[in-house]
Structures are given as structure tokens and as C-alpha cells.
Design a protein around this ligand. Structure first.
Ligand SMILES: *Cc1c(COP(=O)(O)O)cnc(C)c1O
Length: 375
């Protein structure tokens, strides 16, 4: 069934292996972020097989789906007060920035006879989540460290999300300094100093990451093979783990400029089309209701996307040497938003290829042990 997304498990596994090797060399462990693919079981399993230290997702619903995978689970989005019970049941750790939330986590953890790990988020200027005020952070540590059922595992930060702020060594130094103050003032030992997401990768790659940062939470780098501070491709990784396939339902020569008085299109926009003469135009059966069409890049370089509506994409095929026909499949590489929307869509089928990949741990004969996810 089309449209469908074809997921290459071998390429994904190699992306994870490549980045992990590099992080291992710097003593940085990785939480593999599964939200973009809704904690798809096959892909999440690769994170576990490759020996990442935890799986992290923003949604408890996703973590619930992979509850059976023997790897610790981290909730990335600040817990909602209304989901505390599931947070304790289905995640081992969460990122927190509110004392009131930690109090509820504590009560529920005690009720469920568990210890829940907490990573305190600090906002270093991107202005999404995290303690911004140092005194408030210290006060929260003081209170939270007395709570039963939760354990302060460490601190973290998140950049390049809301404010698009690029992580710099100074941000990391500031995080380390906050960590030292917390350790000294409250006699805590912090196991995790989490320096961000795929936008912090370059600091490690370029030798700029201060020592002491020992964790990153990485998603996009594995699915797209790019770091996200500057959008550079990571050598030795693939950018086509996810490929969207759509079928041509009409192929005709038509003019390039619509005929008649122009008003608004289906989305209230007033498009302007240049007259480029006759064109070979293909209509693909995939549109905005199926997937975020802005996140699609044609893999055949002669194909140009010229229009999008709810159900269709219109392609210019004039420059193609290959003779496309009605019923043929056009392939698109997916950018982050494309993967996110395709994996979340009911209208896009999912298929795996190269399922017989061998992860490094399998080659070395190591097996995952059951039940090491206990804090
Ligand atoms: C999504 C998310 C990440 C992972 O970001 P990528 O850019 O995909 O690596 C890390 N931390 C938090 C808090 C997130 O929400």
C-alpha cells in the first residue's frame, strides 16, 4: 500500500554504531531518543542492541509500548501532574524543572515501591524548559534531595529548540559549574551531566566539549545522519534510513501557468506561478493530510516538487531521462519533520528492509541482559 515509508534497519543500526563509537571515545553515554518514530519497536530495539544507556521519549504512551525492552526508559517532556502514576510505572527517570512535580513523583514512587531517577533541567538561555533562576534551582535541590522515592541523578540542559541557541563550550562550563555547586552544597554525587541533544554533537566532534559532560540525548542525528547546530552531515552515516514512496496517479503534459483569474488556493494562499511553457506534470497520491510534505526531498534529482494540496503532490518531471509512467513509484528522502509526520500518520504504511542487520554487540557475542533498568 502506498504511500509508505521504507525503514532501513541496517542503515539505522550503522548510524547508531558510528555515533556511539565517537561518543564512547569521549566517555559520553547516550540516551537514544525515540519520539520521532513513536518508539517503533524495531528501531528502539536497535538502540538497546547497540548498548545505549537508555531510551528517551517525550510521551509515556510511547514508552508504554516498549515496556518489555530491557533498557532503562527516560521521560523527556516534563511530566504532567495528570500522568504521574504512568510516569512511575513506565519510566525509570524523568527530566524535571518543577518541585511540585517532583513531590508528586516522590509520593507515587513510594506508593509503587520504586526509586525514580530525576534529572534537573537548567535553562541556559534557549528559553524552553528548565530552572532559569539559580536560587530557585538550589532551593528545589534542597527540597527534592529530602524526598523519598526519587533520586537526583544529575542535571541537564536543552538548547537549539525554542530559541535556536547554538550550544557553546561556555554553556557546558556553566552546566558543570552548577553541577559542582549542587554536589558541594548538598553533598550529592551527580551521575549524569547531560549536555543537550543532536545540536551538542559538534562540540564533541570538534574537540570543544569540556570534560565532565558525560551524557547526550540524541535523536535526529541517528535518523537523519546530521548534527543540528549547523546542519552538517556526519561522515559514515546515512541520510536515507527513512524513504517515503508515493505512487503516480496522473502524468500529463500541461502548461506551467494556471489559466484564468487567480484567487486563493485550498489553504488560503495566493500562489504565483511563472510561465515556463509546457511541462510534464505528475500527480502523486500523497498530500498534506498524509505527511508534512515540506519534509520530503525527491531522491531522483530530475524531479521537482511544484505543488502540494491535502491529497496530492504535483511534480515537474520535464527534465527526467527516465520515463516515469502512471503507477510508478516516486521516492523521497525524509527530513526530520517528514519522518515525524510519516511515522505519526495513519495514512502512511510502514515497511522494514534489511532486518537481518547485525549490531556490534551481536557480532561480539554480547547479549542484552534482562532487567538492568532498575534505579
Ligand atoms: C527531542 C529531545 C531531544 C532529542 O533531540 P534531537 O535533536 O532529536 O537529538 C533531547 N532532549 C529533549 C528534552 C528533547 O525533547
Amino acid at each position: 500500500m502506498y504511500p509508505r515509508v521504507v525503514i532501513d534497519l541496517n542503515k539505522f543500526s550503522q548510524n547508531v554504531e558510528k555515533v556511539k563509537e565517537q561518543m564512547d571515545a569521549y566517555g559520553i553515554d547516550i540516551y537514544g531518543v525515540t519520539k520521532v518514530f513513536r518508539a517503533d519497536r524495531e528501531l528502539s530495539k536497535i538502540f538497546a542492541d547497540q548498548g545505549l544507556s537508555a531510551i528517551a521519549d517525550s510521551r509515556i504512551r510511547n514508552l508504554k509500548k516498549i515496556a518489555g525492552l530491557p533498557i532503562p526508559k527516560v521521560l523527556l517532556r516534563l511530566p504532567m501532574h495528570s500522568e504521574i502514576s504512568d510516569v512511575i510505572t513506565f519510566s525509570d527517570m524523568s527530566l524535571c524543572s518543577e518541585l511540585s512535580t517532583m513531590e508528586l513523583l516522590s509520593e507515587e514512587a513510594v506508593r509503587q515501591h520504586k526509586t525514580h531517577g530525576v534529572i534537573l533541567m537548567t535553562d541556559l538561555g534557549d528559553l524552553r524548559e528548565g530552572f532559569f533562576d539559580r536560587d530557585e534551582l538550589m532551593e528545589a535541590v534542597k527540597e527534592a534531595s529530602r524526598l523519598e522515592g526519587i533520586k537526583i541523578l544529575g542535571i541537564g540542559t536543552n538548547l537549539t529548540c525554542f530559541g535556536a541557541i547554538i550550544p557553546k563550550p561556555q554553556h557546558m562550563e556553566e552546566l558543570l559549574e552548577l553541577g559542582s555547586i549542587i554536589e558541594e552544597e548538598f553533598g550529592l554525587s551527580l551521575q549524569v551531566i547531560s549536555g543537550g541533544n543532536s545540536s551538542s554533537y559538534y562540540l564533541v566532534n570538534d574537540g570543544l566539549m569540556p570534560s565532565g559532560i558525560n551524557n547526550l540525548r540524541l535523536g535526529e542525528i541517528f535518523v537523519c545522519g546530521v548534527e543540528t547546530a549547523f546542519g552538517r552531515r556526519i561522515p559514515g552515516t546515512y541520510d536515507d534510513v527513512f524513504v517515503l514512496e508515493a505512487e503516480i496517479v496522473e502524468l500529463k503534459k500541461k502548461p506551467s501557468k494556471p489559466i484564468g483569474e487567480s484567487g486563493m488556493d485550498a489553504f488560503g494562499q495566493k500562489p504565483v506561478y511563472e510561465d515556463k511553457g509546457q511541462m510534464l506534470r505528475a500527480i502523486c497520491a500523497v498530500g498534506k493530510q498524509d505527511v508534512d510534505t515540506e519534509g520530503l526531498v525527491p531522491m531522483d534529482p530530475c524531479v521537482d516538487i511544484i505543488g502540494r494540496s491535502s491529497d496530492h503532490m504535483i511534480l515537474n518531471m520535464t527534465n527526467c531521462l527516465k520515463k516515469y509512467e502512471v503507477g510508478d513509484i516516486v521516492r523521497f528522502r525524509l527530513k526530520y519533520g517528514g519522518i515525524l509526520s510519516a511515522m505519526t500518520s495513519d495514512y502512511v504504511d510502514k515497511t522494514y528492509i534489511n532486518q537481518d542487520y547485525e549490531s556490534k554487540n551481536m557480532r561480539n557475542g554480547l547479549r542484552m541482559e534482562e532487567g538492568y533498568g532498575n534505579y
